[in-house]
Design a protein. Structure first.
Ligand code: FAD
Length: 433
């Protein structure tokens, strides 16, 4: 695999299972199928497998979560029950054990999130690729699948192009696992190819949309870009109706808001924006203080502080002081004691409800995950086999499944990959089963 220029012909078959996409789902599918004795060809269009996995969790890879199954299911949309079979076949503990056997120890952090102890996502990607190859899978990078070949509703093969030379080839195999990922971070290779293949072969798609994505707001607060907001709450309002509130951390980006509590609410916001609804984000900068307690605190600060600038500095992160002064039409040097009743009310309201209109989101370039995908109605949850094309299985983000932050998305990819590889291999090796 190392240094493969992507020019020569593919290794000769015959193959039992062709896996398309060498991300976390494809690596697990290929490794599991090969482990069971299938002859497996794993095709990856980039020069290295698992490009996206290598950048997950800010380069640290939050690979799973140690919470029990029911809690995983609660974080997953739109149909968590679909995953019972895949999680039953391969779950968080299995992943940790597999990685330990490959020399990758893990560390469990806040919120039961699991990371490699080395802090390097790269180690996980390399270990999983080495594991799949050691099981016997033949991994070919720089091999882009361009189309599925389907005859009379039965999978027959793949049209493949070596990206280094443009050499075209047809690969034949009785079974295929499509693990091409979604549409987010297209620079990593996830450009939605599998969605197009699925649609072209008669599968229904749930229209994909970006999720776990930062928001564009009006105003944009670019003057305080980079500000980390800790211990704040974010409430989403849609068409003037209050939705959920999340507590935790957010950050101010060049064009709006990002960070954990923003990402967690982004799925619903993106859907609302697409439906043309009016969305607002309300930041509560003092969620631990109810309005009367905050009012009492303000009264104390008013006595103790000389100027409006001093007053605001006692209540806010320094970067936000000019923003508040501007919103309230105050001069930093004005005496705090002269803050009139009306302005005090507005200051209290702003601290508890700093409202920003949400006018957009970061799109595919910034989204952590793709919501939507191959409709679960067209896939058998016991085998992840297509109900439309015999011999075809799906795994990973190409499916209409997504989850919150916390390691759940990668666990979906690992579990569905494992199950799809297992089912594809068993169908060949034990056809009567
Ligand atoms: C910045 C970022 C951070 C993230 N952090 C986390 C995290 O910490 N924890 C977590 O749980 N999730 C995280 N995710 C989400 C997680 O990375 C994905 O859900 C996961 O990678 C999906 O795995 P997959 O194998 O289905 O798809 P992908 O990882 O997208 O892999 C698909 C592979 O298929 C290949 N491919 C596509 N088309 C073709 C083709 N035509 N021919 C051949 N090969 C093809 C691609 O090149 C790619 O290698 C993060 C995502 C991003 C973008």
């Amino acid at each position: 695999m190392k240094g493969d220029p992507g020019t020569g012909p593919l290794p000769p078959g015959p193959w039992d299972v062709a896996v398309v996409g060498g991300g976390p789902a494809g690596l697990l599918a290929a490794g599991r199928a090969a482990m069971l004795g299938a002859r497996v060809l794993l095709l990856e269009k980039m020069e290295k497998p698992a490009r996206k996995l290598r950048i997950t969790g800010k380069g640290r890879a939050n690979i799973t979560n140690m919470r029990p199954l029911e809690e995983h299911l609660r974080e997953i949309r739109p149909e968590p029950r679909f995953l019972r079979g895949a999680f039953g076949a391969f779950f968080n503990r299995d992943l940790v054990d597999l990685l330990a056997a490959e020399g990758v120890e893990v560390r469990v952090e806040r919120g039961d999130r699991v990371f490699p102890a080395s802090g390097r996502a790269w180690d996980v990607a390399e270990a999983l690729a080495a594991w799949a190859v050691r099981q016997g899978a033949v991994l070919v990078p720089r091999a882009r699948v361009e189309a599925l070949v389907v005859h009379d509703g039965v999978f027959a093969g793949l049209e493949v192009v070596r990206t280094g030379s443009g050499l075209r080839q047809r690969v034949e195999a009785p079974r295929c696992v499509l693990a091409t990922g979604g549409l987010s971070y297209p620079g990593t290779g996830s450009t939605g190819d599998g969605l197009a293949f699925a649609e072209a072969t008669g599968h229904r798609l749930t229209a994909p949309f970006p999720s776990l994505v930062g928001l564009r707001t009006r105003p944009a607060l670019e003057e305080v870009q980079g500000l980390d907001l800790r211990n704040v709450a974010l409430t989403v309002w849609i068409d003037g109706r209050k939705q959920d509130t999340e507590f935790g951390e957010a950050d101010v980006t060049a064009r709006g808001l990002g960070g954990p509590i923003v990402l967690r609410q982004s799925r619903r916001i993106v859907e609302a924006l697409a439906a043309g609804r009016r969305v607002e984000a309300a930041l509560d900068l003092k969620p631990a203080l109810d309005p009367p307690t905050l009012e009492a605190r303000l009264a104390r600060e008013l006595e103790a502080r000389r100027t409006c600038g001093d007053l605001l500095r006692s209540l806010l992160p320094p970067l936000l002081v000019p923003v508040f002064l501007a919103r309230l039409g105050l001069d930093a040097a004005a005496p705090a004691a002269r803050l009139q009743e009306g302005l005090r009310r507005r200051l209290l309201a702003l601290l508890k409800d700093f409202r920003l209109e949400v006018v957009g989101h970061g799109g595919w370039e910034e989204a952590i995950v793709t919501a939507g995908g191959v409709s679960l109605k067209d896939v058998d949850p016991r085998t992840l086999a297509s109900r439309r094309v015999a011999g075809l299985h799906f795994a990973g983000e190409v499916l209409d499944l997504d989850a919150n932050t916390g390691g759940y998305n990668l666990q979906i990819a690992f579990s569905t990959g494992w199950l799809a590889g297992e089912a594809a291999a068993r169908a060949i090796l034990n056809p009567g089963e």
